[in-house]
Ligand binder design. Structure first.
Ligand SMILES: Cc1cc2nc3c(=O)[nH]c(=O)nc-3n(C[C@H](O)[C@H](O)[C@H](O)COP(=O)(O)O)c2cc1C
Ligand code: SF4
Length: 495
C-alpha cells in the first residue's frame, strides 16, 4: 500500500517566513503580511465605504458566517445553547453576523430535526436571539449602529432530515447520476414539481416578512453547499421553467425577490453562493482500512461526461472550476438589487475538502489527499477573480479562512489590503474563538489555545445525531457527555 500524503501542520510553521516558504513550496500565491496590525490602522478595522445595509455603514471587514444549529426544539424553536451561541457571536466584534445560524423556511426543509424554523410560532424566540446578540455586542464594542445582522433562509433539499436525525427525506431538483446512488435515491418521488416550487417560493416570501418584522438587517437567500437552491443552479437536465438554460435555473431567485418586493417588503438582500463545485469525492478504498479513512479521490465520473449536474464546474473535467456562469450569476444578483454576496464552494456532504479545508476529516469525509492550504488558496483566488469582475456595488465576503490558524490575521489583512475581497468570513473559528480578529485588532495577538485546529468535531457531531459545537476547545461542550460519545464515533470511523 503506498504511503498516504504526510501533512505539514500549520502550528509546526513557527514564523511568518516559515508559513510563506511552505506556501511557496506548494506553488501558492497567498498574500500574507509580516505582522498583525493592531489599532485603527488595521485593514480589518476599516468600514465598508460605499454600500449601506438597512441604512447602516458596516463597521469593519469581518463577518461571522452562517452555521446551522442542531440544538433547537423539535418544532424549530430556540434553546439555551442557541442563546449562548448568538451571544458569543455578538462578542466576536464582526460587523456582519449571519444571525447565529441558518433558518429553515419551512418544516420539510430542515437539515436536522432540531434546526431553527423561521415561522410565526418561533418569531418571538428568534427576536430574543437577535436581542441577545445585540446586547453582547454592545457590552464589548459600545455601538451596534455599524453592525448588520442577516438571517440566512434555507431549504436543505437533497439533505433534509426534518423528522429523524438519521433519515434523509430528500427534496431534489433533478436526478443526479452520482449523488442519487450515494444518498439512496432510486426513483423520481423526491423531485419537486413546478407546483411545489411555487409553494416553496411563497415560503421564502413569508420568511422574509417575518425577518423584516423581527428587525433583521438583511436576509440571505442560500444558494450553496448542495442545498436546494444551489442544486437548482445546476439543474441543466431538468425540463420546464426551472431547468435547462441559465435563465430557467435562476428563475427561483428572481421569483423570490419579486415576490418579496410585491408584498412591499424592502428588506435588504444577500445571497450565499457556492461559486464553484466539483464532482463528489470519497475515501480512496485502496488506502482505507477498518477504523481508517483513506485520502479523498473523485467518484468515477467517466460515465457522466459532459458533466451537466453542477454549477461552476468544468463540464469536461469536473474536478476543475469554470466561473463563466458564476460571473453571470453575480451580475444577476446586482440587477436584482442584492447587496451582499457571500462566496463559498462545493458541499460539505460530497466534497468537504473544497468547502471547509481541514487537517482532520469529518466522520463521513476522507483524509486530505493534499495540503488543505491548496483548497484555502483556491477559494481566496476565486473570490479575487470574482471581485475583479463583479459590479462594484456588491459587497463580497470570502470564505475558508479557518484553516489558516495562526496566520489567519496576516492573510486576512493582506487580502483586504489588496482588494481581493471586501470582507473576510469566519466559520469554524467563530465556534472555538469568536473574537479572534477582534483580539488581533485590539491586542495584535491571539489566544493560541482557542484557535480552531480544524478537528471537524463540529461537523462529525451533527453527522452522528449529536448537537454541534466546538467539543475540543470550548469547555461548554468538552464537559458534555456527548464528547465521550463523539470520541468513540471517531475511533470507529477513523475520522
Ligand atoms: C458546523 C457548521 C455548520 C455550517 N452551517 C452552514 C449553514 O447553515 N449555512 C452556510 O451557508 N454555511 C454553513 N457552514 C459553512 C460555513 O459557513 C463556512 O463556509 C465553512 O465552515 C468554511 O469556513 P471556515 O473555514 O471559516 O470554517 C457550516 C459550517 C460548519 C462548520
Ligand atoms: S470542532 Fe472546534 S476545532 Fe474542530 S473544526 Fe470545529 S471549531 Fe474547529
Amino acid at each position: 500500500m503506498p504511503d498516504p500524503y504526510k501533512l505539514t501542520r500549520i502550528p509546526s510553521l513557527k514564523t511568518v517566513d516559515d508559513f510563506r516558504r511552505h506556501c511557496a513550496s506548494l506553488g501558492l500565491n497567498l498574500p500574507c503580511e509580516d505582522e498583525i496590525v493592531s489599532g485603527p490602522n488595521s485593514p480589518l478595522a476599516q468600514p465598508i465605504p460605499s454600500v449601506t445595509i438597512n441604512g447602516k455603514r458596516i463597521g469593519n471587514r469581518f463577518a461571522v458566517q452562517p452555521m446551522e444549529g442542531w440544538d433547537g426544539t423539535t418544532t424549530g424553536g430556540i434553546s439555551d445553547e442557541m442563546l449562548r451561541r448568538w451571544s458569543r457571536f455578538g462578542e466576536s466584534g464582526a460587523k456582519v453576523i449571519y444571525g447565529g445560524e441558518a433558518m429553515a423556511v419551512r418544516f420539510d426543509g430542515r437539515a436536522n430535526p432540531n434546526q431553527l424554523i423561521i415561522n410565526r410560532e418561533n418569531q418571538s424566540g428568534i427576536a430574543s436571539l437577535r436581542q441577545v446578540l445585540l446586547d453582547s455586542h454592545k457590552a464589548r464594542f459600545a455601538s451596534t449602529d455599524d453592525l448588520v445582522i442577516g438571517f440566512q433562509l434555507t431549504h436543505s433539499g437533497r439533505f433534509c432530515r426534518p423528522r429523524d436525525k438519521k433519515r434523509l427525506e430528500p427534496r431534489i431538483a433533478f436526478r443526479h447520476p452520482i449523488l442519487d446512488r450515494k444518498f439512496g435515491i432510486t426513483d423520481d418521488s423526491a423531485v419537486l414539481s413546478d407546483g411545489d416550487i411555487q409553494e416553496l417560493i411563497q415560503s421564502y416570501v413569508d420568511a422574509a416578512a417575518i425577518a423584516a418584522e423581527i428587525g433583521a438587517d438583511f436576509i440571505d437567500i442560500k444558494h450553496s453547499h448542495g442545498y436546494l437552491l444551489h442544486e437548482f443552479l445546476g439543474a441543466h437536465t431538468r425540463t420546464g421553467p426551472y431547468g435547462g438554460p441559465f435563465e430557467n435555473r435562476t428563475r427561483i431567485l428572481r421569483e423570490i425577490v419579486s415576490g418579496i418586493r410585491r408584498t412591499g417588503n424592502n428588506i435588504d438582500l444577500g445571497v450565499r453562493l457556492s461559486a464553484f463545485d466539483f464532482v463528489p469525492f470519497r475515501p480512496d478504498p485502496a488506502l482505507s482500512s477498518p477504523g481508517k479513512l483513506g485520502p479523498g479521490i473523485p467518484e468515477d465520473f467517466s460515465h457522466c461526461l459532459p458533466y451537466r449536474y453542477a454549477f461552476g464546474a468544468d463540464i469536461n473535467n469536473p474536478v476543475e472550476y469554470d466561473l463563466t456562469e458564476t460571473f453571470a450569476f453575480l451580475d444577476l444578483c446586482a440587477e436584482l438589487g442584492v447587496k451582499i454576496v457571500n462566496l463559498s464552494a462545493g458541499s460539505p456532504y460530497y466534497n468537504p475538502h473544497i468547502q471547509r479545508p481541514a487537517a482532520y476529516p469529518p466522520s463521513d469525509g476522507y483524509q486530505p489527499a493534499h495540503d488543505p492550504l491548496i483548497d484555502v488558496a483556491r477559494q481566496i483566488d476565486v473570490v479575487r477573480q470574482i471581485r475583479a469582475r463583479a459590479p462594484k456595488g456588491l459587497i463580497l465576503i470570502g470564505t475558508a479562512y479557518s484553516y489558516l490558524q495562526e496566520y489567519l490575521p496576516h492573510v486576512a489583512q493582506a487580502v483586504i489590503r489588496e482588494g481581493w475581497t471586501d470582507m473576510i468570513g469566519l466559520g469554524r473559528v467563530s465556534l472555538s474563538y469568536p473574537a479572534l480578529l477582534a483580539d488581533a485588532i485590539d491586542k495584535g495577538a491571539l489566544e493560541k489555545k482557542l484557535i480552531c485546529r480544524t478537528f471537524s468535531d463540529c461537523t462529525t457531531a451533527p453527522r452522528n445525531g449529536l448537537i454541534s459545537g466546538c467539543y475540543p476547545l470550548d469547555k461548554y461542550y468538552s464537559a458534555k457527555p456527548e464528547f465521550q460519545t463523539l470520541k468513540e464515533i471517531k475511533k470507529q470511523t477513523g475520522a
